[in-house]
Design a protein around this ligand. Structure first.
Ligand code: VGL
Ligand code: ZN
Length: 194
Protein backbone atom coordinates (compact mmCIF):
# COMPACT_ATOMS: atom_id res chain seq x y z
CA UNK A 1 0.00 0.00 0.00
CA UNK A 2 1.08 3.57 -0.64
CA UNK A 3 -0.13 6.18 1.78
CA UNK A 4 0.64 9.82 1.34
CA UNK A 5 0.67 11.81 4.55
CA UNK A 6 -1.27 15.01 4.18
CA UNK A 7 -3.49 17.60 5.82
CA UNK A 8 -5.95 15.16 7.33
CA UNK A 9 -3.36 13.06 9.17
CA UNK A 10 -2.00 12.97 12.71
CA UNK A 11 0.46 10.69 14.47
CA UNK A 12 -0.30 9.37 17.95
CA UNK A 13 2.65 7.99 19.93
CA UNK A 14 1.30 6.05 22.89
CA UNK A 15 2.99 5.97 26.32
CA UNK A 16 6.68 5.80 25.36
CA UNK A 17 7.64 6.39 29.00
CA UNK A 18 10.56 5.05 31.05
CA UNK A 19 8.38 2.89 33.30
CA UNK A 20 7.18 0.96 30.24
CA UNK A 21 10.72 0.38 28.98
CA UNK A 22 13.08 -2.45 30.05
CA UNK A 23 14.25 -1.69 33.61
CA UNK A 24 11.11 0.33 34.35
CA UNK A 25 8.34 -0.40 36.84
CA UNK A 26 6.02 -2.04 34.31
CA UNK A 27 8.31 -3.01 31.46
CA UNK A 28 7.16 -3.90 27.99
CA UNK A 29 9.74 -6.41 26.66
CA UNK A 30 11.85 -4.66 24.00
CA UNK A 31 9.68 -1.57 24.38
CA UNK A 32 12.72 0.60 23.68
CA UNK A 33 13.48 -1.19 20.41
CA UNK A 34 10.75 0.77 18.58
CA UNK A 35 12.15 4.21 19.43
CA UNK A 36 14.18 4.53 16.20
CA UNK A 37 11.27 3.62 13.90
CA UNK A 38 8.89 5.84 15.86
CA UNK A 39 11.39 8.67 15.46
CA UNK A 40 11.28 8.11 11.69
CA UNK A 41 7.48 8.33 11.71
CA UNK A 42 7.66 11.47 13.87
CA UNK A 43 10.13 13.12 11.47
CA UNK A 44 7.92 12.28 8.50
CA UNK A 45 4.88 13.91 10.12
CA UNK A 46 7.03 16.88 11.12
CA UNK A 47 8.24 17.28 7.52
CA UNK A 48 4.66 17.19 6.30
CA UNK A 49 3.64 19.82 8.84
CA UNK A 50 1.25 17.42 10.54
CA UNK A 51 0.77 17.20 14.30
CA UNK A 52 2.25 14.58 16.59
CA UNK A 53 0.43 13.65 19.80
CA UNK A 54 2.28 11.95 22.63
CA UNK A 55 0.06 10.27 25.17
CA UNK A 56 1.41 9.54 28.61
CA UNK A 57 0.18 7.59 31.60
CA UNK A 58 0.23 10.25 34.32
CA UNK A 59 -0.97 8.83 37.59
CA UNK A 60 -1.25 10.36 41.06
CA UNK A 61 0.60 8.44 43.83
CA UNK A 62 -2.65 6.94 45.14
CA UNK A 63 -3.93 5.73 41.76
CA UNK A 64 -6.66 3.09 41.67
CA UNK A 65 -4.77 0.91 39.14
CA UNK A 66 -1.94 0.25 41.63
CA UNK A 67 -1.99 -3.06 43.55
CA UNK A 68 -1.81 -1.32 46.92
CA UNK A 69 -5.09 0.39 46.00
CA UNK A 70 -6.82 -2.71 44.70
CA UNK A 71 -5.64 -2.51 41.12
CA UNK A 72 -3.64 -4.99 39.07
CA UNK A 73 -0.47 -3.02 38.32
CA UNK A 74 2.70 -2.16 40.21
CA UNK A 75 3.14 1.53 40.92
CA UNK A 76 4.04 3.14 37.57
CA UNK A 77 4.11 6.47 35.77
CA UNK A 78 3.61 8.61 38.85
CA UNK A 79 3.31 12.26 37.87
CA UNK A 80 6.61 14.16 37.71
CA UNK A 81 8.80 11.11 38.37
CA UNK A 82 11.62 9.85 36.14
CA UNK A 83 9.54 6.75 35.42
CA UNK A 84 6.79 8.88 33.93
CA UNK A 85 9.20 10.81 31.69
CA UNK A 86 9.38 9.97 28.00
CA UNK A 87 12.18 7.74 26.75
CA UNK A 88 15.20 10.07 26.49
CA UNK A 89 15.75 9.25 22.81
CA UNK A 90 12.16 9.77 21.71
CA UNK A 91 12.20 12.62 19.21
CA UNK A 92 9.99 15.64 19.84
CA UNK A 93 9.53 18.31 17.21
CA UNK A 94 9.88 21.88 18.47
CA UNK A 95 6.29 22.68 17.54
CA UNK A 96 3.02 21.23 16.38
CA UNK A 97 3.27 18.52 18.99
CA UNK A 98 1.05 17.87 21.95
CA UNK A 99 1.31 15.91 25.19
CA UNK A 100 -1.86 14.17 26.30
CA UNK A 101 -1.92 13.05 29.95
CA UNK A 102 -4.32 10.30 30.95
CA UNK A 103 -5.21 8.42 34.11
CA UNK A 104 -4.64 11.63 36.06
CA UNK A 105 -7.33 11.32 38.71
CA UNK A 106 -7.00 8.83 41.59
CA UNK A 107 -10.26 6.99 40.99
CA UNK A 108 -10.24 6.45 37.22
CA UNK A 109 -7.93 4.54 34.94
CA UNK A 110 -7.63 5.25 31.24
CA UNK A 111 -6.11 2.88 28.69
CA UNK A 112 -7.29 5.08 25.84
CA UNK A 113 -5.68 8.40 25.04
CA UNK A 114 -9.19 9.67 24.30
CA UNK A 115 -10.55 8.84 27.74
CA UNK A 116 -10.92 11.92 29.93
CA UNK A 117 -8.65 14.00 27.65
CA UNK A 118 -8.98 16.70 24.99
CA UNK A 119 -7.40 14.50 22.29
CA UNK A 120 -10.59 14.19 20.20
CA UNK A 121 -11.17 17.93 20.37
CA UNK A 122 -7.60 18.77 19.33
CA UNK A 123 -7.80 16.35 16.38
CA UNK A 124 -11.20 17.53 15.20
CA UNK A 125 -10.42 21.22 15.41
CA UNK A 126 -7.44 20.55 13.13
CA UNK A 127 -9.56 18.68 10.60
CA UNK A 128 -7.79 15.38 11.27
CA UNK A 129 -9.57 12.39 9.71
CA UNK A 130 -6.88 9.71 9.86
CA UNK A 131 -4.78 8.78 12.87
CA UNK A 132 -1.62 6.68 12.86
CA UNK A 133 -1.10 4.93 16.17
CA UNK A 134 2.11 3.41 17.55
CA UNK A 135 3.84 2.92 20.90
CA UNK A 136 3.13 0.68 23.92
CA UNK A 137 1.52 -1.45 25.06
CA UNK A 138 -0.10 -3.12 22.06
CA UNK A 139 -2.51 -5.07 24.28
CA UNK A 140 -3.53 -2.14 26.51
CA UNK A 141 -3.11 1.49 25.62
CA UNK A 142 -2.37 1.08 21.90
CA UNK A 143 -5.38 -1.21 21.53
CA UNK A 144 -7.71 1.08 23.45
CA UNK A 145 -6.50 4.30 21.85
CA UNK A 146 -6.87 2.83 18.36
CA UNK A 147 -10.30 1.42 19.21
CA UNK A 148 -11.32 4.74 20.75
CA UNK A 149 -10.35 6.44 17.49
CA UNK A 150 -12.39 3.97 15.43
CA UNK A 151 -15.44 4.55 17.61
CA UNK A 152 -15.09 8.30 17.20
CA UNK A 153 -15.11 7.95 13.41
CA UNK A 154 -11.42 8.33 12.63
CA UNK A 155 -9.77 6.15 10.08
CA UNK A 156 -7.17 4.28 12.12
CA UNK A 157 -3.79 3.03 10.94
CA UNK A 158 -1.77 0.89 13.36
CA UNK A 159 2.01 1.10 12.96
CA UNK A 160 2.84 -2.58 12.66
CA UNK A 161 6.57 -1.93 13.08
CA UNK A 162 6.09 0.67 15.82
CA UNK A 163 4.27 -1.19 18.59
CA UNK A 164 5.21 -3.59 21.42
CA UNK A 165 3.02 -5.51 23.85
CA UNK A 166 3.30 -6.83 27.41
CA UNK A 167 1.47 -10.16 26.91
CA UNK A 168 0.53 -10.71 30.55
CA UNK A 169 -1.26 -13.69 29.05
CA UNK A 170 0.46 -15.25 26.06
CA UNK A 171 -1.13 -14.08 22.82
CA UNK A 172 -2.71 -10.90 24.24
CA UNK A 173 -0.98 -8.67 21.69
CA UNK A 174 -1.90 -10.94 18.81
CA UNK A 175 -5.53 -10.96 19.96
CA UNK A 176 -5.48 -7.18 20.36
CA UNK A 177 -4.36 -6.79 16.75
CA UNK A 178 -7.04 -9.21 15.51
CA UNK A 179 -9.60 -7.23 17.49
CA UNK A 180 -8.49 -3.98 15.87
CA UNK A 181 -8.54 -5.56 12.41
CA UNK A 182 -12.07 -6.82 13.06
CA UNK A 183 -13.07 -3.29 13.94
CA UNK A 184 -11.71 -1.66 10.80
CA UNK A 185 -8.15 -0.70 11.62
CA UNK A 186 -5.54 -0.91 8.85
CA UNK A 187 -1.95 -2.01 9.49
CA UNK A 188 0.93 -0.10 7.95
CA UNK A 189 4.71 -0.06 8.06
CA UNK A 190 7.08 2.88 7.65
CA UNK A 191 7.98 1.99 4.07
CA UNK A 192 4.35 2.39 2.97
CA UNK A 193 4.17 6.03 4.02
CA UNK A 194 5.39 8.87 1.86
C1 VGL B 1 -0.64 0.80 30.34
C2 VGL B 1 -0.88 -0.78 31.96
C3 VGL B 1 -1.20 0.18 32.89
C4 VGL B 1 -0.30 1.12 28.92
C5 VGL B 1 -0.95 1.78 31.26
O1 VGL B 1 0.17 2.24 28.64
O2 VGL B 1 -0.48 0.25 28.05
N1 VGL B 1 -0.62 -0.48 30.70
N2 VGL B 1 -1.22 1.46 32.53
ZN1 ZN C 1 -1.26 3.06 34.04
Amino acid sequence: MRIKIGRQDALIVVDMQNDFMPGGALPVPEGDSIVPVLNSYIRLFEEKGQPVFYTRDWHPENHISFRENGGIWPVHCVQNTEGAAFHPELYMPADNRFIISKGTSPDFDAYSGFQGTVLEELLKERGIKRIFVGGVATDYCVKNTAYGGLNLGFQVFVLEDGIKGVDVKEGDSERALEFLLDNGAVFVTLGELE
